[in-house]
Write a protein that binds this ligand. Structure first.
Ligand SMILES: C[C@@]1(CC(=O)O)C2=NC(=C\c3[nH]c(c(CCC(=O)O)c3CC(=O)O)Cc3[nH]c(c(CC(=O)O)c3CCC(=O)O)/C=C3\N/C(=C\2)[C@@H](CCC(=O)O)[C@]3(C)CC(=O)O)/[C@H]1CCC(=O)O
Ligand SMILES: NC(=O)c1ccc[n+]([C@@H]2O[C@H](COP(=O)([O-])OP(=O)(O)OC[C@H]3O[C@@H](n4cnc5c(N)ncnc54)[C@H](O)[C@@H]3O)[C@@H](O)[C@H]2O)c1
Length: 193
């Protein structure tokens, strides 16, 4: 079976500077995804025009700046991550080149082969977060799986996490003893019948 070699990480995006080039349908989708996960994400969106929905979304977000202009090399300065989401394939390549020159990790929305990272479909239940990737095969299936898991996972999972954190903070002893006790307490979750 073919395997997915993407390595998932969970970025603290409020500590990063993120550039999005393009403010149309896909720019809106990517900005929404970032803000859904982290309302305090630091985003700069550069585009020649913006969808009104995007302007409305970021209206009261001081951490998001919309810059209406053509993208230029200087926009990459000081950025940690970038997303190229214009409707111009050649231009997205140009943005990719600028990101590479500046050693900025980039997602090119219309060219998976150029992407350093993909965005995932994200299930959220309080502190719990599950990211799904289909290796770029079918974002629609990723979205559907997210919907299935979002419904199937009980809201009480977040309470369990809160309780486990309290227990984790209270257990004394050396590290291996702590791991042993935490595994015993949670054994019930994986025990068959
Ligand atoms: C998961 C999600 C995250 C997000 O964007 O936040 C995401 N795409 C979502 C939706 C979606 N995207 C597209 C459709 C239309 C139907 C279809 O094509 O299936 C729908 C469905 C819809 O909108 O309903 C079209 C599309 N997408 C890509 C291309 C380019 C190409 O494949 O060449 C084209 C064709 C454009 C064209 O034909 O012109 C590429 C990528 N899209 C990815 C992520 C990465 C792979 C993730 C993975 O490994 O599975 C990757 C590789 C790069 C990236 O964008 O990071 C988000 C679901 C959010 C949710 O959970 O609700
Ligand atoms: N990865 C994904 O999830 C995904 C999903 C659907 C489509 N796509 C691809 O993404 C691309 C973008 O589609 P869209 O629907 O958002 O397009 P769109 O027409 O809605 O928006 C294009 C945006 O690019 C901006 N732009 C164009 N040239 C620019 C420049 N030189 N400098 C700055 N901004 C510039 C425009 O101002 C506009 O904001 C398409 O090529 C499509 O194939 C990707």
């Amino acid at each position: 079976m073919e395997e997915n070699h993407l390595f998932p990480v969970f970025f603290k995006v409020h500590r990063l500077q993120i550039l999005v080039v393009g403010g149309g349908a896909v720019g809106l989708e990517k900005v929404s995804a970032l803000l859904d996960n982290c309302p305090t994400a630091n985003l700069t969106v550069v585009a020649t025009w913006f969808l009104p929905e995007l302007e409305a979304l970021v209206k009261n977000a001081p951490n998001v700046t919309l810059v209406q202009k053509e993208f230029s090399c200087g926009d990459m300065f000081g950025k940690d991550l970038a997303i190229a989401a214009t409707n111009d394939h050649e231009f997205n390549y140009f943005v990719w080149e600028k990101a590479k020159c500046s050693k900025v990790l980039i997602n090119v929305a219309d060219t998976p082969e150029l992407c350093d990272f993909y965005l995932g479909s994200v299930v959220q239940k309080g502190n719990l977060k599950i990211a799904i990737s289909t290796n770029g095969k079918s974002p629609t299936i990723a979205k559907r799986l997210k919907e299935v898991l979002q419904d199937a996972l009980p809201g009480s999972l977040n309470e369990i996490l809160d309780k486990l954190q309290l227990i984790r903070d209270r257990i004394k002893g050396d590290f291996s003893e702590k791991v042993k006790q935490l595994n015993q307490i949670t054994d019930v979750l994986v025990k068959k019948d």
